[in-house]
Design a binder for this molecule. Structure first.
Ligand code: FO1
Length: 341
């Protein structure tokens, strides 16, 4: 039995045997879908390090979209149509604030609002983002460990032809329309990586790290910009793999392909592999792009990466774990050969 008294929603029906642990690096919607698949297979043996570069203060509240999307998805509360926010949500607050002439460009449902109010209240009395996330995780009965990448403020800023925009200004208010020149992460160099995240990456039981199919430039890079995280990936004993966010030259959701184009990059798997070069030892690409496998320069697995159903999510999670196992056994063989040589 877990805190909150309820059994985990995933019930462990498809749980993989063994004590191996995995870490996922995730942004919002796309990353959460794979995290859900992984959570079905791994339960509490999964740690998800979540981007907080999208966090911002809105209406005096601390909103942490990627953390909430992860918690909602893993607890079954998510609105599956949008991929963010709660399902069966009511919108009385939005109607009331619109009637008052208040800001309505960022939509906060009534149930969702409770998260932001309670998070803000807890921050005011000195709790950290990690402590708050652990509390919500227990209340919503989420099995995997969900960790903000840092408790310190890191702000994703998008340099565009409309000026420097805070992430949500770019993403929601301006609907990703401005042309992007660069992305930077204010506060990242002084931020401390969440110690539990570094601990999970250094655990002797760690069997793989999976970079989810989140936007590499907007959602994964902020995590990697926090000192210690990229280094922990480079030095960890387990394979690190990435799942493509690009299928057939397009992003499943969001502005990944548009940004790649604006940055003068080819919108293909090789660009993503190069982006993570030095960090990853394996890559998962979509079967639609099978012809790109040969030129990637790292071992690749070709599979369906489009996650429409829960079965798709679990199948992709299983494929990721399979690739990590394969890469690990390759390394073990090499080590054994080197020992015997
Ligand atoms: N995305 C939108 O496109 N429009 C919104 O009004 C919006 C509100 C919102 C509220 C809470 C929350 O947790 C997420 C919300 N998102 C909204 C999604 C969010 O902006 C993005 O998904 C992430 O920041 C990018 O990963």
């Amino acid at each position: 039995m877990r805190a909150g008294g309820a059994a985990p929603r995933n019930g462990g029906a498809r749980r993989l045997p063994g004590g191996a642990t995995y870490v996922a690096l995730s942004g919002g919607v796309g990353g959460s879908k794979l995290s859900l698949g992984l959570s079905h297979l791994l339960g509490a043996r999964l740690t998800i390090i979540v981007n907080t570069g999208d966090d911002f203060e809105h209406l005096g509240l601390h909103v942490s979209p990627d953390v909430d999307t992860t918690l909602y998805t893993l607890s079954g509360l998510v609105n599956e149509e949008t991929g963010w926010g709660r399902r069966d949500e009511s919108w009385n607050f939005m109607r009331a604030i619109e009637a008052l002439g208040g800001p309505s460009w960022f939509r906060l449902g009534d149930g969702d609002l409770a998260m932001h109010v309670d998070r803000s209240r807890r921050l005011l009395v000195g709790e950290t983002l990690t402590e708050i996330c652990a509390h919500f995780r227990a209340s919503l009965v989420v099995e995997p460990q969900v960790l903000p990448m840092s408790d310190d403020l890191v702000q994703t800023l998008v340099e565009t032809d409309a000026g420097t925009l805070a992430f949500q200004e770019y993403f929601v208010r301006q609907q990703c329309r401005p042309r992007v020149h660069a992305v930077r992460f204010a506060g990242a160099s002084a931020a401390r990586a969440q110690p539990l995240a570094l601990e999970a990456l250094a655990a002797p039981e760690l069997a793989g790290v999976i970079i989810c199919p989140s936007n590499p430039y907007l959602s994964v890079d902020p995590i990697l910009a926090v000192p210690g995280v990229a280094e922990a990936l480079r030095t960890c004993d387990a394979p690190v793999i990435a799942v493509t966010p690009i299928i057939g030259g397009k992003a499943v959701k969001g502005p990944t392909a548009k940004i790649m184009d604006e940055l003068g990059l080819a919108v293909d798997a090789a660009t993503i592999v190069r982006h993570y070069s030095g960090l990853i030892s394996g890559f998962v690409l979509d079967e639609m792009d099978a012809d790109q496998e040969a030129g990637l320069g790292v071992p690749a697995l070709v599979t369906n990466t489009m996650m429409k159903t829960l079965d798709d999510k679990i199948a992709l999670a299983q494929a990721c774990i399979g690739l990590c196992e394969k890469l690990r056994s390759g390394c073990d063989e090499k080590r054994a050969k080197a020992r015997n040589a």
